[in-house]
Design a protein around this ligand. Structure first.
Ligand code: NAD
Ligand code: IPM
Ligand code: MN
Length: 358
C-alpha cells in the first residue's frame, strides 16, 4: 500500500532534526519495501509568517486533509513572531481542525542515556502520557477588558466536554488494557480546580467500570510531578488534560535524561483526518544552527507514524536501531544531551546505517 506524507520542518532545530528523520524514514522504506510519497511544505514556520503575514495559507486545510499523515518538526521563533501567534496559527490549528484529540507521548529510559535520577536503569521508566489535545485549558473562550487600565481583567476559560473527555479516557483505558501492568493514573486537581476537575474524576470513575482488569489511581498534579521524579517506576499509562499533559510530557522525558529523544503522535483515531507526528521538544533557538540537536525525538516520531500507518515491524526496527546505537554509547556519534560530542547528522546517519544493516 502506498502512503502520502506531508513533511513540514517548521523552525529552528525542526529543520535540522527533520533531515535525519527523513534519512531514517527512507532507510526504513528501502528495507521494508514501503511505498512512501513525501511532499514538502514551507508553511507553518515563522519565515513564512514574515513573508505572508500569517502562518498558513488560506487553503491549508484542503491541501493537507487527504494526506495519510503529517510529519512535523517544531515551530516557534519568539524573536520573529510572538509564540501565541505562531503556535495558535499553526500547530494548534492542525490539532484542532484535524480533530487530533489524542496526544500520545511515550516516556522511556533508553539504553546508554543517563537519567538525572539516581540509580534508574532502562526498564525502570517506561510509560505513556496520554494527553487530551483539542480542548481543556487550551481554549479560545475568554478575553481582555479595560486593557491597560488598573481595572484590567483577563479571562481564559477551561472548556471540557463530555465527548472530549470520555474519548481520551477511553483511549487511555484501552491502551492500559493492552499493557502487561494494566495500570492507569489520572492527573487531577479536584481539590483546587473545583468545577472541572471533580467532574474529570467522575468521568474517570464512570469509564473505569468498563475496564475491570485495569487498576486505576489518581494524583493531584502537584504531587504527581513530584512522584514522576521520586517514583517514575509507578507509572504505566498516565492520562491528563491538555495543560497537565503538556507539563508531564516534558517532565517525564527529562527524567529519562533528555527531552531531545521524546516523540509524540497527535492522533485522530477514526482516521477521518491525517494524524501528525512530531518531537515533543520545540525549535530550541539556543542551539539552532549548531547542528547539535538530538534527532531521536524526530526519528522516533517517524517510527510512530509508520506504526500508525500499519507498518509495525518497520516502526519497531527504527526503535531497535536507535536503541542499538545508543547502547554502543560512542561519544563521537551521540549528541551532547545524550553524553557525546557528535552532531545531529552523525547520530542520524548511525541510526539509518544500523537500520539498513538489519
Ligand atoms: P524547546 O523544547 O525548544 O527547548 C528547551 C530546551 O531543550 C533548550 O535548552 C533546548 O536546547 C533543549 N532541546 C530541545 N530539543 C532538543 C534536542 N532535540 N536536542 C538537544 N536539546 C534540545 O523549548 P522552548 O525553549 O520553551 O521553546 C522554543 C520555541 O519552540 C518556542 O517558540 C516554543 O513556543 C516552541 N515550541 C514548539 C513546540 C512544537 O513545535 N511542538 C514544542 C515546544 C516549544
Ligand atoms: C507541545 C508544545 C505546544 C503545546 C506549544 C508549543 C503550543 O509545548 O507540543 O508540547 O503546548 O502543546
Ligand atoms: Mn510542550
Amino acid at each position: 500500500m502506498s502512503h502520502r506524507i506531508a513533511v513540514i520542518p517548521g523552525d529552528g532545530i525542526g529543520t535540522e532534526v527533520m533531515l535525519e528523520g527523513l534519512r531514517v524514514l527512507e532507510a526504513a522504506a528501502r528495507r521494508f519495501d514501503l511505498d512512501l510519497t513525501l511532499e514538502h511544505f514551507d508553511f507553518a514556520c515563522c519565515d513564512y509568517y514574515l513573508e505572508h503575514g500569517r502562518m498558513l495559507p488560506d487553503d491549508w486545510f484542503d491541501r493537507l486533509k487527504d494526506f495519510d499523515a503529517i510529519l512535523y518538526g517544531a515551530v516557534g521563533w519568539p524573536e520573529k513572531v510572538p509564540d501565541h501567534i505562531s503556535l495558535w496559527g499553526s500547530l494548534l490549528q492542525f490539532r484542532r481542525q484535524f480533530d487530533q484529540y489524542i496526544n500520545l507521548r511515550p516516556c522511556k529510559l533508553l539504553p546508554g542515556i543517563k537519567s538525572p535520577l539516581a540509580d534508574r536503569r532502562p526498564g525502570d521508566i517506561d510509560f505513556y502520557v496520554v494527553r487530551e489535545n483539542t480542548e481543556g485549558e487550551y481554549s479560545s473562550v475568554g478575553g481582555r477588558m479595560f486593557e491597560g487600565t488598573e481595572r484590567e481583567v483577563v479571562i481564559q476559560e477551561t472548556v471540557m466536554t463530555r465527548v472530549g473527555v470520555d474519548r481520551v479516557l477511553k483511549y487511555a483505558f484501552d491502551l492500559a488494557a493492552t499493557r502487561p501492568r494494566k495500570k492507569l493514573t489520572s492527573a487531577t486537581k479536584s481539590n483546587g480546580i473545583a468545577i472541572t476537575m471533580p467532574w474529570w474524576d467522575e468521568r474517570v470513575k464512570a469509564m473505569s467500570t468498563n475496564y475491570p482488569d485495569v487498576s486505576v489511581d489518581a494524583f493531584h498534579i502537584d504531587i504527581l510531578t513530584a512522584n514522576f521524579v521520586m517514583h517514575p517506576d509507578w507509572f504505566d499509562v498516565v492520562v491528563a488534560s491538555n495543560l497537565f499533559g503538556d507539563i508531564l510530557s516534558d517532565l517525564g522525558p527529562a527524567c529519562t535524561g533528555t527531552i531531545g529523544v521524546a516523540p509524540s503522535a497527535n492522533i485522530n483515531p477514526e482516521g477521518k483526518f491525517p494524524s501528525l507526528f512530531e518531537p515533543v521538544h520545540g525549535s530550541a533557538p539556543d542551539i539552532a544552527g549548531k547542528g547539535i540537536a538530538n534527532p531521536i525525538g524526530q526519528i522516533w516520531s517517524a517510527a510512530m507514524m509508520l506504526e500508525h500507518l500499519g507498518h509495525k515491524e518497520a516502526g519497531k526496527a527504527i526503535v531497535d536501531a536507535f536503541e542499538a546505537v545508543l547502547a554502543e554509547a560512542d561519544p563521537a556519534v551521540l549528541t551532547a544531551d545524550a553524553g557525546g560530542h557528535g552532531t545531529t547528522e552523525t547520530l542520524g546517519r548511525a541510526i539509518a546505517e544500523r537500520l539498513a544493516a538489519g
